[in-house]
Design a protein around this ligand. Structure first.
Ligand code: ADP
Ligand code: MG
Length: 346
């Protein structure tokens, strides 16, 4: 075989293998785009677990008519421009790959109207076809991305789709996590035309902790927030806010465990390890810690460019951060114990 450069659409489809694993990964990319566009309201409309259709609407800043086609191309992003930007990412996206990847394995229509443009335009891309069709459309300020027939042209991928209910559960879990990260944004999740989840935006005048508490109560459940206490700590430019449960209240199945780093949801081993270590002997072996933790640190202290779907990050001062989390949680647990001793003395 001779060596050839792959046609761009085929390259997109290969890249899609990394970012578009299932309907929930499409939803993740599109909702993150909406948040990066400054939306205060995001609607996620799913048909048949996303097998048939995934429609995301936002009221964000929109995309100019001239940029619609470009937005669908690979390595096209408005979020970073040079290597310095890559060192300090403040947006959720930056790889410029999601729309190109998703459109290479589906029939995708993106409709958008920036506030300063009088009319809306729509761009349609379908699977491996190279041409993007642009048409006038009707749309309020903001953007909609409509993804139909996911994996229609990649039967091997389609075969791996699970039952509609399973795929929808993945989407619902994802929306809950994203909703936790942004209590200032409204989210609506619909499945087969029915509203499944509705989270109203909480005003920033509440203060961050109160705002987050309200959203945690809505997303996880009120019993978590009733039995958890919130602790905050700050060390130089790192701040931590954590809601945790007293050890005796921790469960052994399905614990609530949510971590966010600079607003990005994570399943991070370092954070999990630090929290477990802080509880130490206070938990029985079968008990699991329950927590919601938000860590904010300067963007150049964390590398988010480690994993294509950005599930993992790398901390530049991992040891320090680990110890800071342990200390925050230990102080919190001490105050639980002091509270108990006071009760015992009463
Ligand atoms: P990335 O998010 O990594 O930049 P994407 O392929 O997800 O790459 O999107 C490409 C570009 O399209 C973004 O950089 C942004 O400028 C634009 N875009 C995508 N979705 C939206 C949206 N909902 N609202 C406004 N602009 C968007
Ligand atoms: Mg993106």
């Amino acid at each position: 075989m001779t060596i050839k450069i792959l046609p761009p659409q085929l390259a997109n489809q290969i890249a899609a293998g990394e970012v578009v694993e299932r309907p929930a990964s499409v939803v993740k990319e599109l909702v993150e785009n909406a948040l990066d566009a400054g939306a205060s309201k995001v609607e996620v409309d799913i048909d048949r677990g996303g097998h048939k259709r995934i429609l995301i609407r936002d009221n964000g800043k929109g995309i100019d008519k001239e940029q619609l086609t470009l937005a669908l191309s690979r390595h096209a992003t408005s979020k970073i421009a040079n290597i310095d930007d890559l060192e300090a990412i403040s947006s959720l996206g930056f790889r410029g790959e999601a729309l190109a990847s998703i459109s290479s394995v589906s029939r995708l229509t993106m409709t958008s109207k920036p506030a300063e443009q009088n009319e809306a335009w729509s761009a349609m891309a379908e699977g491996l076809a190279m041409n993007v069709d642009i048409k006038p459309a009707a749309h309020p300020n903001g953007t909609s991305v409509d993804v139909v027939d996911l994996f229609f042209n990649t039967p091997a991928r389609r075969k791996f789709l699970r039952a509609e209910k399973t795929e929808f559960n993945h989407i619902e879990t994802l929306i809950k996590r994203i909703a936790l990260s942004r209590p200032d944004v409204s989210f609506i999740l619909k499945h087969n035309q029915k509203v499944i989840k509705k989270y109203r935006a909480h005003s920033e005048t509440l203060g961050v902790v109160e705002q987050k508490s309200k959203r945690i109560a809505e997303v996880i459940n009120t019993s978590f927030i009733d039995s958890a206490s919130v602790f905050t700590s700050k060390y130089e430019q790192v701040s931590i806010a954590v809601w945790i449960k007293a050890p005796e209240l921790c469960v052994s199945v399905n614990p609530a465990q949510y971590s966010f780093v600079n607003g990005r949801m994570m399943r991070d081993k370092l954070i999990q390890h630090a929290i477990r270590q802080a509880y130490g002997q206070l938990l029985h072996p079968e008990q699991l810690p329950e927590y919601v933790i938000f860590i904010e640190l300067p963007a150049n202290e964390v590398d988010v460019n480690v994993h294509p779907a950005k599930h993992e990050v790398r901390f530049h001062h991992a040891r320090l951060l680990h110890d800071l989390i342990v200390k925050t949680i230990k102080d919190a647990l001490d105050s639980f114990q002091m509270h108990e001793q006071e009760l015992a003395l009463d």
